[in-house]
Design a protein around this ligand. Structure first.
Ligand SMILES: [Fe+2]
Ligand SMILES: [Fe+2]
Length: 258
C-alpha cells in the first residue's frame, strides 16, 4: 500500500502559533510506525507570501521523505519558487508531478496572483494533458490543487472556489486512472464527489472554518480552538482508496521544543 499524508493551509506567518501547529503535525508523521511515502501540502503555505515566511515553512516542513507543496491564494509564486523549491523566481504556475511505483500525484497550481479565487490557466490544462499522456497506463492518479471545484456550503470559501470546474471535471471524467481529487482552502475536513470520483478536502493545521449552518460573521468565522489535523490517504495495490482524517492534539504547551 501507499500512504500519502496531506497537510494543508499551514499559513506560516512568522508567529509562534501556526508554526508550532504545523510542526506538531510533522512530528506526528515522523513518529508513525509506517512512515508516509509522500507528504503533500495543499496550499496557503504562508499567510501572506513573504520570503521569510517561506523560510520558516521550509524548515518546519522538511522531512526525510518527499514533501511536495502547491501554492494557494495566500501564497506568492516567485517567493514560493525561490525559497521552497530553490528555483529561479517566476510568476508562472507551479505545476508538478510526483511519480512512485503505481501512483502518480499531479499537483496543479490554482492560485491567481493578486486574487483569492482559484483558476487553472490554459497552460496548466495543456500541462495536465501532457502529464496524463506521459503517465504509466496502470498507475493510479491523484490530482491535487488548492481550490475546491465544488460548492461547499461555506459562505467564506464558496465565493473564492475554483472557476470553470466543469473544465477540470471533463479531464478527470475522461481518465479512469484518476482515483481522487485532493484540495485544501476550505479549512475543514471534507469528502464529496467530483467528476464521478472522490473529492477529499484536507483540513488546515491552522484553523477551522464552519459551514453556513455554523458561521455568524463577523463574530464567528474562524475557529482557532480545534487541534491541527491531517488527512491520511491510503491506496491499496488494487487502487482502492480510503482516507483517514486525524487530529493531532497540541497538548496545551506552547513554546516547548520537541
Ligand atoms: Fe487557507
Ligand atoms: Fe486558501
Amino acid at each position: 500500500m501507499i500512504l500519502v499524508a496531506q497537510v494543508s493551509d499551514t499559513h506560516f506567518d512568522l508567529g509562534t502559533r501556526n508554526a508550532e501547529r504545523a510542526q506538531r503535525v510533522m512530528a506526528y508523521l515522523a513518529d508513525l510506525r509506517r512512515r508516509p511515502d509522500l507528504i503533500l501540502v495543499t496550499g496557503d503555505i504562508t499567510d501572506s507570501g513573504k520570503p521569510e515566511q517561506y523560510a520558516e515553512a521550509r524548515v518546519a516542513l522538511q522531512a526525510d521523505l518527499p514533501v511536495l507543496a502547491i501554492p494557494g491564494n495566500h501564497d506568492e509564486r516567485a517567493a514560493f519558487r525561490e525559497v521552497l523549491l530553490a528555483a529561479p523566481p517566476s510568476d508562472e504556475p507551479v505545476n508538478q508531478v510526483h511519480r512512485m511505483a503505481g501512483l502518480s500525484v499531479i499537483l496543479l497550481d490554482s492560485s491567481v496572483p493578486g486574487q483569492s479565487g482559484g483558476h487553472l490557466t490554459d497552460g496548466t490544462y495543456a500541462w495536465l494533458d501532457a502529464t496524463l499522456a506521459a503517465t504509466p497506463e496502470h498507475d493510479a492518479v491523484l490530482v491535487a490543487l488548492h481550490h475546491p471545484p465544488v460548492f461547499l456550503h461555506s459562505p467564506i470559501v464558496d465565493p473564492i472556489a475554483l472557476t470553470e470546474p466543469e473544465r477540470l471535471a471533463a479531464v478527470i471524467a475522461g481518465d479512469p486512472r484518476v482515483i481522487a481529487t485532493l484540495t485544501g482552502h476550505a479549512h475543514t475536513s471534507g469528502a464529496g464527489t467530483f467528476a464521478g470520483r472522490p473529492l477529499l478536502i484536507g483540513p488546515s493545521t491552522a484553523s477551522v472554518l464552519g459551514g453556513e449552518w455554523e458561521l455568524a460573521p463577523p463574530e464567528r468565522v474562524m475557529d482557532y480552538a480545534p487541534d491541527p489535523a491531517v488527512a491520511l490517504h491510503v491506496i491499496d495495490d488494487d487502487h482502492h482508496l480510503i482516507t483517514h482524517f486525524r487530529s493531532v492534539p497540541m497538548g496545551g504547551w506552547i513554546g516547548t521544543p520537541r
